[in-house]
Design a protein around this ligand. Structure first.
Ligand SMILES: Cc1cc2nc3c(=O)[nH]c(=O)nc-3n(C[C@H](O)[C@H](O)[C@H](O)COP(=O)(O)OP(=O)(O)OC[C@H]3O[C@@H](n4cnc5c(N)ncnc54)[C@H](O)[C@@H]3O)c2cc1C
Ligand SMILES: O=C(O)[C@@H]1CCCC=N1
Length: 388
């Protein structure tokens, strides 16, 4: 492409959401440029690591609805690229039987006819050995849920995008955005122009939006990603059909604790706390709070007796949280040819292919395939006004 190429669209940020957005735009024959500040692949944002959970067990039904198409889109890109990105493991959901949240999750699964098994206290340990169910808690297994191979998925979306003629420039940090009928994007390695711009910059979103006079209520948190050693290797292994799990709340915390079967590191199971500690994305290593690990240790000692209750490996990742934990998928309030995909609040990976499709639709001025009202920017202002 020559220096004065005008792209149909520039996408800023090559995490899962930007990579799938670029891929969908290229599928629609749009001349698309994907910009990334770091050399790819990297582990400084939110999309790195080997695995993520895919599930329909949500308290809000609109997520379960989007997941129907999402599973199809994951299968489609697997077929196109000839790679495996999803593996069914099932998802064990445990929570207090009298809690509203646990009830809503079960309702979503039932109403959407998701194949599931309700476990009783009597048959729980037969089906799920080496897990202790807390007193007063119920358990259901969402059968089709599973894991996504995260790093491989991001690489696949980028690879398919390039095969369709898309251009990726990594090591290209965006330092300025000049809105207009043609948007100008200034990077550390060149200046680019496009008819539309999609910002999928994860934890750095507000830094980029500052160039456009907008600030969203986003909080960036560092998550301690903990791996725990199996006392007997293989006891919680994916090959032995151990499922992913979510503990919706327990005596130590109202937050989710979740885990994935041992798979990525031999003999280690990933179990994490679904909340972290506020950080600056460029200085997350300075955030050293580990009080979440204390909670995990107590939980593991009580409920996962087959794991050593000392983390064997601790890595880090970033969440970008909105106040209501729903995503932002919207046009910029002042510039309709700038589209924002942000605030994926620690649960956005599974939606990558559908987010990409929706952001591509918004950037092309098409009617989005889903009702995007839960994801609109104006909900933040409405909240502020009604609080006054
Ligand atoms: C520990 C952990 C576990 C999770 N588990 C799950 C799960 O099980 N299931 C699930 O569905 N989701 C899960 N998530 C959430 C999911 O991973 C995120 O929602 C998703 O990765 C967000 O992707 P993103 O593309 O918005 O952000 P990112 O991956 O951070 O991508 C943004 C990109 O923009 C780039 N960028 C930023 N600023 C600039 C700039 N100025 N110029 C150029 N490029 C720039 C960044 O370098 C980055 O590559 C988890 C997240 C974490 C951290
Ligand atoms: O989104 C997911 O499925 C995971 C597991 C539960 C907590 C957050 N991420």
């Amino acid at each position: 492409m020559s220096a004065d190429t005008v792209y149909d669209c520039i996408v800023i940020g090559a995490g899962v959401q930007g990579s799938f957005t670029a891929y969908h735009l290229a599928k629609k024959n749009k001349k698309t440029l994907l910009l990334e500040q770091f050399v790819l692949p990297h582990s400084r944002g939110s999309s790195h690591g080997q695995t993520r959970v895919i599930r329909k067990a949500y308290d809000q039904e609109f997520y379960a609805h989007m997941l129907d198409e999402c599973y199809k889109l994951w299968a489609q890109i697997e077929k196109e690229a000839g790679v495996r990105l999803y593996r069914q493991t099932g998802l064990l959901v445990m929570g207090p039987e009298n809690s509203r949240y646990y009830e809503l999750v079960k309702n979503t699964l039932q109403k959407n006819k998701v194949p599931m098994v309700a476990l009783t206290r009597e048959n729980f340990s037969k089906h799920i050995p080496l897990v202790n169910l807390d007193e007063g808690h119920g358990a259901v297994v969402e059968i089709p849920a599973g894991i996504l191979y995260a790093d491989r998925a991001v690489k696949t979306a980028q690879g398919q995008f390039q095969k369709l003629g898309g251009v990726i420039r990594d090591n290209a940090m965006v330092t300025d955005i000049k809105p207009g009928p043609l948007v100008t994007v200034v990077t550390s390695s060149g200046v680019y122009r496009a008819k539309s711009l999609v910002i999928t910059a994860g934890p750095w979103t507000n830094r980029l939006l500052a160039h456009t006079g907008l600030e969203l209520p986003l909080e960036v948190e560092k998550i301690n990603v903990c791996y725990w050693k199996e006392k007997v290797p293989g006891s919680y292994n994916i090959k032995n059909r151990f499922p992913c799990f979510i503990q919706t709340e327990c005596q130590d915390t109202k937050e989710h604790i979740y885990g994935l079967p041992s798979n990525e590191y031999p003999g280690l199971m990933k179990v994490c706390f679904h909340a972290g500690f506020e950080t600056d994305p460029d200085h997350r290593d300075k955030q050293k709070n580990t009080s979440d690990i204390d909670i995990l240790q107590r939980y593991i000692a009580r409920c996962f007796p087959g794991l050593d209750p000392q983390p064997a490996v601790v890595e880090s990742c970033l969440y970008t949280l909105t106040p209501d934990r729903n995503f932002v998928l919207d046009h910029h309030p002042a510039y309709s040819n700038i589209v924002i995909g942000a605030g994926f609040s620690g649960h956005g990976f599974k939606f990558g292919p559908i987010i990409g499709k929706l952001l591509s639709e918004l950037s092309l001025g098409e009617v989005p395939s889903y009702d995007l009202s839960p994801f609109k920017i104006r909900r933040f202002h409405e909240k502020t006004k009604s609080a006054l």
